[in-house]
Design a protein around this ligand. Structure first.
Ligand code: NAD
Length: 337
């Protein structure tokens, strides 16, 4: 099967490509290698993928319409996993246009490419951030998500709506996965686990937002990767009764799905920090700060639907996951404590 993975040099994209290649798929990975964070980390991830015979990398921007049209025109991709996006809640307050370019314009190019070139299933990254300050726990895909707290969250919600229109109009099977705080080896330098580890190793204080009162459904990257690939395999069938001209009455019959993908076991931020301290054998100096604009207080995924449909089973405890991240970090950055 020929699969297109966008954001292939990114944290989750790298893990997804690796697992697909391990099982013998032919993967084309694309990424614009932007400098939102350390480009050498993206290059290092890619250097792990390039030795696989089934892997081809093309450096390109999903927002580049003509390049995307050309890439898709071969009609070779059976399935597409769209992970390329401008990620990060806080950065969306500083550079809103990056989110429109990659997450809206880029996503439109992905939808168009799939529509015109016989793609059988598009799986794309959404985010737990769409739940905003939802207080009903756990978060269910049936909850109202009309109140995003950042442009990042709004762009992810917009992706779900855009995907629905393409599923409805063109009978294109699409599945959105709302990822809940993903962490693990090769993780993003702008995210808490990396920032905390880095600061503790370098004897710097860590910034503890919301005075440490967050609860987060931290999800280990291998569990996410497994869930993405199970979802990709489980293609929503095009609807045989589909008529692009007939609007669905109230509920949708389009081959469109949205799932939560998380650990379904939220952890207090202070316990997360304690697990990092335990692994590093050091105590962090903590600077307590208020909730940041755009941040959501708590997250907790209801994953029953994904369990039912694709047998998704998150297995990694935060203690085990952090242990594996710290082992990777020490080896990659040659740290001896
Ligand atoms: P990442 O930043 O490591 O990966 C994204 C990759 O996409 C990067 O390598 C980047 O260079 C590339 N990219 C960005 N814009 C591009 C463009 N216009 N064209 C081509 N490539 C582009 O982030 P990640 O953590 O791997 O996230 C992957 C996806 O999952 C993103 O859509 C993100 O919004 C979503 N997500 C991640 C998390 C998480 O906790 N990591 C949570 C919710 C949602």
């Amino acid at each position: 099967m020929k699969i297109l993975v966008t954001g292939a040099a990114g944290f989750i994209g790298f893990h997804v490509c690796k697992q697909l290649l391990e099982r013998g798929e032919e993967v084309t990975g694309i990424d614009n290698m932007n400098d939102y964070y350390d480009v050498s980390l993206k290059e290092a991830r890619l250097s792990m993928l390039l030795p696989y015979a089934g892997f081809r990398f093309v450096r390109m921007d999903i927002a580049d319409r003509s390049a995307m049209e050309e890439l898709f025109r071969t009609g070779e991709f059976e399935k597409v996993v769209n992970l390329a996006a401008q990620a990060g809640v806080r950065y969306s307050l500083i550079n809103p246009h990056a989110y429109i370019e990659s997450n809206i314009v880029g996503f439109t190019n992905i939808l168009e490419g799939c529509r015109h070139n016989g793609v059988k299933h598009l799986v794309y990254a959404s985010s737990s951030s769409v739940y905003g300050a939802n207080e009903t726990m756990p978060f269910s895909v049936h909850d109202n998500v009309d109140h995003p707290l950042s442009l990042y969250a709004a762009s992810k919600k917009a992706n779900e709506l855009m995907a629905h229109t393409y599923s409805h109009l063109y009978n294109l099977p699409t599945t959105g996965l709302r990822f809940f705080t993903v962490y693990g080896p090769w993780g993003r330098p702008d995210m808490a686990l990396f920032l905390f580890t880095d600061a503790i190793v370098n004897n710097k204080p860590i910034k503890v937002f919301n005075f440490g009162k967050h609860r987060r459904d931290f999800t280990f990257v291998d569990d996410i990767t497994e869930g993405i690939i199970r979802t990709l395999d489980h293609t929503a069938e095009p609807n045989p009764e589909w008529s692009g001209l007939k609007p669905d009455p109230g509920t949708s019959r389009a081959p469109w799905r949205v799932y939560n993908i998380g650990n379904s076991s939220p952890v207090d931020l202070m316990d997360y920090i304690k697990a990092i301290e335990d692994q590093l054998g050091r105590t962090a100096e903590k600077e307590y700060l208020p909730l940041q604009p755009g941040d959501v207080p708590d997250t907790y995924a209801d994953v029953d639907q994904l369990m039912q449909d694709v047998n998704y089973k998150p297995e990694t405890t935060v203690q085990e996951g952090i242990k594996r991240f710290v082992a990777w970090y020490k080896e990659y950055y040659k740290v001896q404590l």
